[in-house]
Design a protein around this ligand. Structure first.
Ligand code: BTN
Length: 246
């Protein structure tokens, strides 16, 4: 019996999948309702952003994807990763008493800068209408052999944690925060800024094109894009990988 049970309604448990992203995408195409969730004990092909592998050993983390059918504009959709990251930070804070930091736009780090959780959003958009979004969340709960270059850690390093009760706390909080976001998309910005985050730090940006440059992270604009002060101008970053330099 897995320590992930009992599960909230709508959550399907799988002992092993390729990726929960693919499971939910298939269910979405077959007409499954919003908030259908697949939670796996283990993923054989867990994936992260930019084609990276998401290490998903049995019993080690929370690996789940949620089907959403958000009735928001495409521009508000850019706020969704911020909302989800901040909601995760909030539930970890209240459930475990652990303060974490948010790295724009999709990462949750320990205060010393090691990765605790990541968020992956894949959407199906037809003629500017969002048909559905697959929201994938991976949380490192127990230690795994993370390669050094990942700079990853796990929640258990900071205190006792049980996967099942953590999942229920994260899931319950996310449902509430998401409902508020639909009414008031700017709530995502308020919640994100209420936790330690990348603003005020020296950051290096790796553009999708492969170019890198650095500056000081100043603020977020209303769409959730990152405003970065370089030596000569303020640049707006819509997509790209941020590293914290100091
Ligand atoms: C990242 O930081 O690169 C995003 C990582 C997202 C990992 C989760 S684990 C559950 C879901 N299934 C996947 O294959 N990926 C996401």
């Amino acid at each position: 019996m897995t320590d992930l049970l009992p599960l909230p309604e709508g959550v399907q448990y799988k002992a092993e999948v390729g990726s929960t992203m693919d499971e939910i995408r298939a269910l979405a195409r077959a007409g499954a309702p919003e908030w259908t969730v697949v939670l796996a004990d283990q993923q054989t092909h867990g994936r992260g952003r930019r084609g990276k592998v998401w290490q998903s050993q049995a019993g080690s983390g929370l690996y789940f994807s949620i089907l959403l059918r958000p009735r928001v504009t495409l521009s508000s959709l850019g706020l969704l990763p911020l909302l989800v990251g901040a909601s995760l930070a909030a539930s970890i804070q209240s459930h475990l008493g652990l303060t974490t930091q948010l790295k724009w736009s999709n990462d949750l780090l320990s205060l010393d800068g090691r990765k605790l959780a990541g968020i992956l959003l894949e959407s199906e958009v037809i003629r500017n209408n969002v048909k559905f979004v697959v929201l994938g969340i991976g949380v490192n709960v127990h230690r795994q052999d993370f390669p050094e270059e990942l700079r990853a850690t796990a929640l258990e390093e900071f205190g006792e944690v049980k996967r099942g009760s953590l999942f229920r706390a994260v899931f319950g909080r996310l449902r509430l925060d998401y409902a508020r976001f639909l009414e008031q998309p700017e709530f995502a910005l308020q919640l994100w800024k209420s936790f330690p985050n990348s603003l005020g730090k020296i950051v290096q940006i790796l553009e999708p094109s492969g170019d890198t440059w650095s500056g000081i992270a100043l603020d977020l604009d209303s769409s959730g894009a990152l405003l970065v002060q370089t030596e000569t101008e303020i640049k707006t970053v819509f997509a790209g990988e941020v590293s914290l330099l100091r």
